[in-house]
Design a binder for this molecule. Structure first.
Ligand SMILES: Cc1cc2nc3c(=O)[nH]c(=O)nc-3n(C[C@H](O)[C@H](O)[C@H](O)COP(=O)(O)O)c2cc1C
Length: 224
């Protein structure tokens, strides 16, 4: 049976954590479509590497306009760094570096090297000044094109950056999609969950692998 779900936040909805439905729409916990985890690396004002664990963004674009779109909170260092430096790098970590990825949140200070302090390795970029993370099999260097609030007075901002360089490990270049996904071991952000019909809440956030790739198109189909 399919349910039609009212979009406004229910009154007296139990908070998963303080402010959970201010920072994120309660619908994000209801819909809960997994998004791939990446780390945004930027350059701090003193030149040190900044690392921000992230799930809110995607890649889109025609011909030479491949573009990273990010949803960024304006309270983060990442937001300020991108506005000042005009650059960022997307780094896609594997489940093997789960703990180190979360450590980036705990070493979030003003002038420190967050990549090294989280136990990861700084790697030089090719085109931009922001650093890369060596352990990540895919690094995508981006230059800011535009930034705007999601809606008026929102703490969320959309930032679009043209992809200016890509680096990929042999493992991530496997052409068989199942092999490629197995090699990359990408993590997905799976939220705490709300069932709006029963009122049931499962609080903790999870990270998980998408472990099965089904070949939906016949051999030879172009897959558009
Ligand atoms: C799966 C996931 C979990 C996160 N958990 C936290 C968290 O527990 N605490 C936090 O402050 N930010 C969390 N974030 C958000 C950012 O990683 C965090 O705001 C980041 O430390 C900001 O870094 P910056 O100030 O250097 O830009 C999480 C992000 C993701 C994708």
């Amino acid at each position: 049976m399919k349910h039609e779900i009212a979009i406004s936040t229910p009154e007296n909805l139990e908070e998963i954590w303080p402010g959970s439905y201010n920072l994120f729409s309660w619908l994000d916990y209801v819909v809960n479509i997994p998004q791939p985890i990446f780390i945004i690396t930027t350059r701090k004002e003193n030149g040190a590497p900044n690392a921000c664990l992230h799930a809110w963004g995607f890649l889109v674009g025609d011909r030479d306009n491949y573009t990273s779109i990010l949803g960024v909170m304006d309270s983060t260092h990442t937001y300020a760094n991108i506005l000042r430096e005009g650059e960022w790098c997307l780094n896609y970590p594997s489940l093997d570096d789960y703990q180190k990825c979360f450590e980036t949140i705990h070493v979030n200070e003003a002038g420190n090297d967050e990549i090294s302090e989280a136990g990861l390795t700084v790697e030089a970029t090719q085109v931009i000044r922001a650093p890369r993370i060596a352990e990540c099999q895919v690094n995508i260097e981006c230059r800011l094109e535009w930034s705007r609030p999601l809606v008026e007075n929102s703490q969320w901002h959309l930032m679009a950056g043209r992809v200016v360089h890509v680096a990929m490990d042999d493992q991530a270049l496997a052409v068989d999609p199942a092999k490629k996904m197995t090699n990359m071991r990408l993590m997905y952000n799976i939220r705490g969950t709300i069932n709006p019909i029963s009122g049931e809440i499962y609080g903790p956030n999870s990270l998980g692998l998408i472990s099965e790739v089904v070949k939906a198109f016949d051999q030879g189909a172009n897959g558009q």
